[in-house]
Write a protein that binds this ligand. Structure first.
Ligand code: SF4
Ligand code: SF4
Length: 125
């Protein structure tokens, strides 16, 4: 919300919302949108944080989330800006020493090291 009007619109929507008030076609639309978003997710990280702490200090789930931002929204510039501002230098993907400890414990069996290399290329070079 960037303008007072947006806030008023949201309050109105919240006031009118009732449990189970969505129509079948609205539920179907939500389901379709959900599928489209899911299909665009590049790394299926659930942010469970089992991979933390990383011995090199990489904030693995946060770093991966920016890769998903790029694949889902296609806005590299914005994701890059957020990556630079919201992740400290110590938490960034480029610090990975490729020990592989995170991949041993990741329940999603993600190729974390490969994704971190991609993130480094995208946001740190
Ligand atoms: S492979 Fe990289 S990200 Fe994973 S635990 Fe080792 S240093 Fe951390
Ligand atoms: S263990 Fe895997 S799924 Fe969980 S936060 Fe780390 S990378 Fe994501």
């Amino acid at each position: 919300m960037t303008e007072p009007n947006h806030l008023l619109e949201n309050i109105k929507t919240a006031e009118e919302g009732r449990p189970n008030s969505l129509r079948a076609e609205e539920k179907e639309l939500i389901s379709e949108v959900k599928q489209i978003y899911r299909a665009r997710i590049k790394v299926n990280c659930t942010a469970c944080k089992y991979c933390l702490p990383c011995p090199a200090g990489v904030n693995i789930p946060r770093a991966l989330s920016y890769l998903n931002d790029v694949s889902m929204l296609g806005n590299v510039k914005n994701a890059s800006f957020q990556y630079g501002v919201l992740l400290s230098p110590e938490e960034r993907a480029g610090n990975c020493i490729e020990c592989g400890e995170c991949e041993k414990v990741c329940p999603q069996k993600l190729s974390i090291r490969e994704s971190l290399k991609e993130i480094t290329e995208l946001f740190e070079k």
